[in-house]
Write a protein that binds this ligand. Structure first.
Ligand code: SF4
Length: 415
């Protein structure tokens, strides 16, 4: 008889997640596209509650051009950006009146994001949800993972193609060694005998080596490469070389402000992110007339006086952010064809968050606190990480300008 449950691998914080509902400071029912899957759209046409059926008829509209079974229709938001099904208590009237089974896949599953590896389900939460960000980022302990049993009826939002390390198609590809790579990479990123910037630079060296082996048709040497890096990291053999990594604040300021400005020009209606960007600008003394040298001075001063002393006590926040991203995106196979390009996109995310936080620390000075860090990462995730079109443009910019190389990435990482 078929099992009624299935195994799910997930970070431990996922099991502790509870939506905060009407108390949520940045509800997922406000301010962004709510996709309705085909099955739910069909059910809403015959909704048993007449008042809701009338509203669904007006407010749930088909995607004529780009419809897919998971993104078949959408909810037309109110002028204030809120979902029209939110009631006066800021709770979902569909769920309250009809129950969870009448919610769409998006509304049921958010902030959970699922993938499958070798046919097994994996689940993480996106940090665009403030409660998910709090649970994962504030835990000073290293992120740990559990394999739990889940009822087969639980709905999941699978956001990418499955990864199968035993598939013949990857027999001569790095994906064959996914598990060995994942375990080494997460162990490296949780090795607190190195500051986070050094872990990220070592990861860059390693990803460059993986791309070299892949491009050279020597994928079978990956297990040996992992052993070599494990040994060198354990014996501290990179420490001397890491001390010679130069910082280049001009590159950071020029590239990262350009990338964030591109996102702002594309239109941001998220108050939290706008606040963060305004505090960042003010924190580095940005004015229309300010020369880049003046900005770098403000940026470097904020880093030295406020950001670095604070983050030295809270580096686990950035570690948890990166480890969650590595696990969620099946890194180093997280979307781009080339492994080093996936590394470059990971560093771009990290560097943009770091730059914003440095400016914001300069704005709040001694009062710079963990809530500022949480708000920045949460609103950054909502405004940047869910914007695939923007991220594709960022990647093209990096490629077209030949910025996807180790010296450039190191310049973005080190302050
Ligand atoms: S963002 Fe998270 S905590 Fe807030 S309403 Fe949505 S699921 Fe709940």
């Amino acid at each position: 008889m078929a099992s009624k449950t299935r195994k799910v691998l997930q970070p431990q914080y996922v099991g502790r997640f509870q939506c905060t509902g009407s108390a949520c400071e940045d509800s997922c029912c406000v301010g962004w596209h709510v996709a309705i899957d085909k099955e739910t759209y069909r059910i809403y046409r015959d909704c048993p509650d007449m008042e809701l059926r009338l509203k669904m008829g007006k407010k749930v509209t088909r995607n004529r051009s780009t419809a897919s079974d998971t993104d078949y229709a959408k909810i037309k938001l109110n002028d204030d950006g809120g979902c029209p099904f939110l009631d006066q208590d800021r709770m979902c009237s569909v769920q309250r009146k009809l129950g969870e089974q009448f919610l769409s896949v998006t509304c049921t599953t958010y902030p959970r994001i699922s993938t499958t590896v070798n046919g097994s389900l994996e689940k993480t939460l996106t940090f665009s949800c403030p409660e998910a960000a709090r649970l994962a980022l504030l835990n000073p302990a290293r992120m740990e993972f559990d394999e739990i049993e889940e009822d087969n009826h639980v709905r999941n939002f699978i956001n990418r193609d499955p990864l199968d390390t035993e598939d013949k198609k990857v027999a001569h590809k790095p994906q064959k060694y996914f598990w060995e790579l994942r375990i080494f990479i997460i162990t490296l990123l949780q090795d607190r005998s190195y500051p986070i910037w050094q872990r990220l630079v070592i990861l860059g060296f390693f990803c460059a080596r993986l791309s070299e082996l892949e491009n050279g048709g020597r994928v079978h040497e990956i297990p040996q490469a992992i052993n070599t890096y494990q040994k060198r990291v354990a014996e501290g053999m990179y420490r001397e070389e890491l001390q010679t990594v130069p910082n280049n604040l001009l590159i950071q300021m020029e590239l990262l402000t350009e990338l964030i400005s591109q996102r702002m020009f594309a239109g941001v209606n998220h108050k939290g992110f706008m606040d963060c960007f305004a505090e960042f600008s003010s924190g580095i003394n940005h004015t229309e007339e300010a020369m880049v040298e003046k900005l770098i001075e403000g940026y470097d001063s904020a880093y030295t006086k406020y950001y670095q002393p604070f983050m030295e006590q809270h580096e686990h926040v950035l570690e948890n952010y990166i480890v969650n991203s590595i696990f969620k995106n099946l890194f180093p196979f997280s979307g781009e064809k080339n492994i080093f390009d996936n590394y470059a996109m990971l560093i771009i995310h990290y560097a943009m968050i770091k730059m914003l936080l440095i400016g914001i620390s300069g704005f709040h000075k001694e009062n710079f606190a963990i809530d500022h860090v949480l708000k920045t990462i949460q609103s950054f995730t909502k405004v940047i990480e869910h914007e695939n079109t923007y991220l594709a443009a960022v990647f093209k910019f990096i490629k077209d300008n030949d910025l996807n190389n180790m010296p450039y990435m190191a310049a973005l990482i080190k302050n």
